[in-house]
Ligand binder design. Structure first.
Ligand SMILES: Cc1cc2nc3c(=O)[nH]c(=O)nc-3n(C[C@H](O)[C@H](O)[C@H](O)COP(=O)(O)OP(=O)(O)OC[C@H]3O[C@@H](n4cnc5c(N)ncnc54)[C@H](O)[C@@H]3O)c2cc1C
Ligand code: SF4
Ligand code: SF4
Length: 1017
């Protein structure tokens, strides 16, 4: 039995007192000094892991004022505060051992859009894609782009002066900031904007921090403009972090925002911003130019620039290959011909050249300039081929693939994985190829693997060398390589900090700025004299205080190496999360991750769960506990033998005894086990897999709730229950019974059994149960047309008509369907961590299904998540013995020719698929299969982009989840289902999804095969 984990790193008394004082002075947001929140926010995408004392989620600007005012009072003047947005930084810039102030949870409102004057006012926690989605109906967009646009906040973008693809045309975030509302550390609030001289003088004469800051910044500009001019490079990615070079605009006006943008939370809290907007270009196209050599791709960029593109992005073969093995490839494969034709060399680098225009003709002219340039070379140029993707939908898909590239790098095999520490260099574009040549020589001399991609037009290349930070020897490379790469950027007139900011790489600023560094310190000292705000980054307030060095902060590797290799390997599905934050995807119509979207709590995200399981394993390991052998012992132990101790532990828990495992449990139990993380996380973090291992051990220590036995055992007792469906249905129907069920079993809205005897009903359609004898009796010709439908408990017993309609359709299409006798699949057991029972069930069911498939007849399943369990959960416990069961559309799509021949028997119609999350994220290619099937039968088909329906198996039926389940439904499905234009067109593959729509909107959505049956004449 695992021990309770009572001692973790305690919150320092002063910080607890601060949090209590905040509560007392009316703080309206959330105050979280719990270990789970601290653990989850101890990382960003960097190599570092720094445990904060607590996490604070302000609800509004008044909360920020409360925090800052309190930090300025006696007893709290050395409290450290670090602002945080999406937490996607690559250099530890939002990490702190003080308090994190996260604005993303509540301060995420779009306050005002002015389409006429083309500006928007937002709170700082608004996500960039959220903003652009709101602006789209007005034909406008916020132009600065970054790969993390679906989770990075405007506050984070402003504070890192973010930029990315398209920066040569659109510039950086700073270029689009009209005004900033900042809360300074003394509690004062100020809205800064470009000022004329009169306003500047009036402001600078104020006798407060605002006045002082304006005076100091102006003096620095006046006194040091020559040194500034000489020091600041004239790059597209001009130097961020107190940008002294732009204090005065080209018209000579004073602009405090040049200093605030890129200040990485070291000067104040940005609460609101007014941003400049641009019209969305009407047309776009992307020329994808291929090279046999990556260096040739880099060198060619300057040539390509002559054809006047909007942007040029580059990726190397390593990144390209990783993309090819990811779900994202299905969306872009058609645009890439990667060289398997005869004699064409393998593609080692690609330049993605984008063009935008306000008319199709203008766009065609622009693209033609480039293609003429490429064609004229007649195979003699640097490139080996190109293709063109036309239209914003196609271009958007390719950019989404490029945006995912960096995350995919973290999915390289092995322990040495590409990590960010020298990934943000910028040099003048004309120096890029030579710079990279030397950079590669350096990495090659250390035998390091690496992947490269970036904004070649701006001279910014992201290089992530693969290092196993758990190995202390390899860890020393961080210092050595950082020093050498910093020197190299210097040699090529570039910067170590291209667009990601300085963070824990600020120490190189000392050397870079030389005599100017004290001027940065003057600015810091004016805003933050006691070094309370995100200290150790960019600049310190006085000479005696040093910046944090690259090898000074704790790294993840140092923490991870405390977990023994055997345990690390056994939980590998959660260990490699690198914090890139793709699971915080804002888009409500994207499957990733419903529990995060439904709660907006980072502990309830894949990253949150991966961070917690790592910490939990570390805590157990430090106590000499090996969870792998614990699991083995548990599976031998008798249920009754451990009952008294589990009852005692459960009682102690109820009395409030602390155990970190309970915090981990809170996070795990809110997971819907939808598996979107498995399909969509670039690292393939598989929460349901490690969650079930955790649940097994957790319930080895505590008593399980009754509902777990009910859900886990459902498949086993349902055939018996179905025989008395009338009794069961009669019992669960009355309201008072539902209330009793909710209170005792923790289950609500339990659906009634269909009460149909499926064997008899199938027989009446002329469909037999599949047995080896029946199959043996089939002629060879009949076998060709035969398929075995594997039953699942949910569709067969609760939604029997779907099975019957499917069988009927298959017969109409000329197939000979057989029905496999019902066997428990075991997925509910897996989901709830009954791992021993799952293994037993899986072994028995696999043996049976294999006996059927050994006859050579294909097996198909209709319920996506149950069917996919045969190739994932089964595969993990049974390996090659896992039965091969295709999703029904995967099998049917192999027969499209035969379907086409029957299309005249179907009336045409137009339909929209609401796919099941597990299916669309874990079997993405099968979405195309639905399209092929519907098209073959003369139907107009489209797939509707949706998030999760909120039901996910039995999640939405569990009393404690009902409110979140309903909320998740309303985030995406609710609106789509209710839309007038969708009436009669929607169909859903998932049993859970159909029952959720029925529960929430009283609409019975059909399965796609029911739709086809209904269209048949
Ligand atoms: C996979 C990947 C790809 C990336 N690609 C790009 C790219 O293409 N271009 C690019 O520019 N960056 C890129 N980045 C870096 C990162 O996404 C950006 O720096 C982004 O702007 C950070 O936004 P955030 O909301 O996550 O901020 P955080 O990481 O939370 O914070 C960033 C900094 O801003 C400060 N901050 C945040 N909010 C506030 C506030 N309200 N007030 C004061 N200070 C605040 C924090 O203290 C911190 O110093 C990438 C990162 C990853 C992981
Ligand atoms: S779980 Fe995946 S997507 Fe989320 S932060 Fe970790 S690696 Fe990134
Ligand atoms: S399984 Fe679904 S709910 Fe659970 S962490 Fe993964 S994406 Fe989130």
């Amino acid at each position: 039995m695992i021990p309770s984990i009572q001692e973790t790193s305690p919150v320092q008394a002063q910080y607890l007192a601060f949090i209590n004082a905040l509560k007392a002075c009316g703080f309206e947001g959330d105050l979280n000094p719990d270990y789970a929140n601290r653990t989850v926010l101890s990382t960003d995408n960097s190599i570092y892991q720094v445990l904060p004392q607590g996490v604070i989620y302000p609800r509004n600007i008044d909360d920020l004022i409360r925090v800052t005012e309190l930090s300025n009072t006696k007893g709290f003047r050395d409290i450290v505060l670090s602002p945080r947005g999406g937490g996607t930084g690559t250099n530890g810039q939002s990490l702190t051992d003080g308090l994190i102030i996260d604005t993303s949870k509540y301060m995420n409102k779009i306050l005002e859009i002015n389409p006429t004057e083309r500006w928007v006012r937002v709170q700082s926690g608004v996500v960039k894609d959220q903003l652009n989605a709101a602006l789209k109906p007005h034909g406008l967009f916020f132009a600065p782009e970054l790969s993390t646009s679906n989770r990075a906040t405007i506050g984070g973008m402003i504070n890192t002066d973010a930029s990315g693809q398209g920066s040569c045309l659109y510039g950086k975030t700073r270029d689009h900031v009209l005004s900033l509302t900042t809360v300074f550390l003394d509690g004062s609030q100020w809205t800064s904007y470009v000022m004329d001289e009169e306003t500047f003088k009036a402001t600078a004469s104020r006798q407060d921090r605002v006045g002082e800051l304006h005076r100091v910044v102006n003096d620095i500009q006046k006194e040091h403009h020559e040194a500034i001019e000489a020091k600041f490079p004239k790059l597209n990615r001009c130097l961020t972090g107190y940008d002294l070079a732009h204090i005065r605009t080209s018209e000579g006006q004073f602009d405090l925002n040049s200093v605030l943008c890129g200040s990485e939370g070291t000067l104040g809290f940005i609460a609101e911003a007014k941003l400049n907007l641009l019209p969305i270009p009407k047309c776009s196209a992307l020329v994808n130019v291929q090279y046999a050599n990556f260096n040739a791709a880099l060198r060619d960029a300057t040539e390509l620039m002559k054809a006047g593109p909007t942007s040029i992005e580059t990726i190397d073969s390593k990144v390209l290959n990783l993309a090819m093995n990811d779900i994202v490839w299905h969306t872009v494969a058609e645009f890439f011909d990667t060289g398997d034709q005869e004699n064409k060399p393998e593609v080692q680098g690609i330049n993605l050249v984008e063009y935008t225009a306000d008319s199709e003709d203008e766009l065609k002219d622009k693209v033609q300039r480039l293609t003429d340039q490429l064609n004229a070379l007649n195979g003699e140029g640097a490139s080996i081929g190109y293709s063109v993707a036309w239209g914003s939908a196609s271009v958007g898909k390719i950019w989404a693939m490029r945006k995912k590239a960096v995350g995919l790098l973290g999915n390289a095999k092995g322990e040495a994985r590409p990590i960010p520490f020298v990934e943000d260099t910028a040099v003048p574009p004309e120096n890029l190829a030579d710079f990279i040549l030397e950079f590669r020589e350096l990495l090659d001399s250390k035998n390091l693997a690496y992947g490269m991609f970036g904004h070649v037009d701006a001279g910014v290349l992201h290089v992530r060398p693969a290092i196993d930070m758990k190995d202390p020897q390899q860890e020393t490379l961080i210092r050595e390589l950082s020093d050498k790469v910093a020197d190299l950027t210097y040699k090529y007139n570039g910067l170590l900090w291209g667009e990601h900011g300085k963070g824990l790489r600020s120490e190189y600023a000392l050397n870079f700025f030389g005599d100017l560094y004290p001027q940065l310190q003057r600015i810091k000292a004016t805003c933050d004299p006691r070094n309370q705000l995100n200290p150790g980054k960019i600049a310190t307030p006085k000479a005696s205080i040093e910046l944090i060095k690259v090898d000074e902060a704790t790294t993840r590797g140092q923490e991870d190496r405390k977990i023994p290799v055997q345990v690390w390997d056994a939980y590998s599905e959660g260990m490699y999360c690198n914090g890139n934050g793709a699971c915080f995807n804002w888009n409500p119509n994207d499957a990733m991750c419903p529990s995060w979207k439904g709660t907006r709590q980072r502990v309830h995200s894949p990253k949150g769960r991966a961070s917690l399981i790592r910490e939990w394993l570390k805590q157990l390991s430090e106590r000499g506990i090996n969870p792998v052998s614990e699991s083995q012992q548990l599976q031998q132990r008798s249920f009754l033998g451990s009952l008294p101790s589990r009852a005692k532990n459960t009682w102690s828990r109820a009395q409030g005894e602390y155990d970190f495992s309970n915090e981990v449990m809170d996070s795990m139990s809110a997971c819907l086990a939808c598996k979107s993380c498995v399909g969509q996380c670039p690292i393939k973090v598989d929460v349901p897999e490690f969650r079930s291992k955790f649940l097994e051990l957790y319930y080895g220590r505590y008593l399980r709730p009754l509902k777990d036995y009910f859900i886990g055992g459902l498949e086993h007792f349902i055939p018996t229950l179905a025989k008395v469906a009338w009794l069961y249905n009669g019992l669960i129907k009355p309201k008072f019974m539902q209330a009793i069920m909710a209170r005792t079993a923790g289950m609500v809205d339990s659906p009634p059994l269909s009460g149909v005897d499926i064997e008899k009903a199938a027989a009446s359609l002329g469909v037999d149960y599949a047995t080896p004898q029946r199959i043996a009796a089939l002629s060879d010709e009949a076998k060709q047309q035969t398929v075995i439908m594997v039953q699942d408990a949910f569709t067969s017993y609760f939604d029997t008509q779907v099975v019957l309609d499917t069988l009927q359709l298959l017969k109409k299409l000329g197939f000979n369907p057989l029905l496999s006798p019902f066997k428990a699949n075991g997925k509910p057991l897996h989901v709830h961590g009954f791992l021993k029972q799952f293994k037993n069930t899986a072994s028995q069911t696999a043996a049976f299904l294999n006996s059927l498939s050994n006859t050579g007849i294909p097996l198909i399943g209709i319920e996506p998540s149950m069917t996919l369990a045969y190739r994932s959960e089964y595969q993990k416990v049974l390996g090659d013995q896992a039965p091969k069961v295709a999703l029904i559309q995967e099998w049917l799509a192999q027969h499209t020719e035969a379907l086409q021949q029957q299309s005249d028997k179907f009336a045409p119609g137009e339909f929209k698929l609401l796919a099941h999350c597990t299916e669309k994220t874990n079997a993405a290619a099968s979405m195309q299969d639905w399209k092929a099937i519907f098209s073959a039968l003369g139907q107009t088909f489209s797939q509707e982009a949706t998030g999760c329906c909120g039901m996910s198996g039995t999640y939405g039926h569990e009393a404690k989840n009902v409110a979140t389940s309903k909320h998740i439904y309303q985030l995406s499905w609710g609106e789509i289902v209710k839309k007038r234009e969708n009436q009669g067109k929607l169909m859903a593959t998932g049993y859970s999804c159909r029952s959720q729509v029925k529960r929430e909107d009283e609409i019975q959505l059909p399965h796609p095969l029911q739709v086809l049956l209904q269209q048949s004449k």
